[in-house]
Ligand binder design. Sequence first.
Ligand SMILES: [Zn+2]
Length: 117
Amino acid sequence: MAFSICPLCGEVMHGLPDMDDLAAWYAKNHPDLPVGSVITYSCMDCTHEYAIGESVISRDREDPNVYAISSIVRRENQPPLLIVHTPNGVRRPLAVTQIRLVKEWESETAKPVNGYF
Ligand SMILES: [Zn+2]
């Protein structure tokens, strides 16, 4: 099984969607590496184009909150900084490596709380 690692957050993933034929994939994309070698690949949560109002959850398992993005700070050639508000109204900037999208299967139980803005 081939693995990929996100160079931003370090998430380990099991291959890529187009890796059905490993030998063909490595021959095309990484002929310099043995078939099955670990590769770097930016994960969906780090490369997602986040939008104001979108629901995100902290990657810190101690933080159960779902946040709605209230604003986004962008700098050229850098991942964005996402601004959310905690349930008690504190403005909190978060890097994309600190949050992830609310997965579809979580959306029924993890809805944004009104008043986060
Ligand atoms: Zn990542």
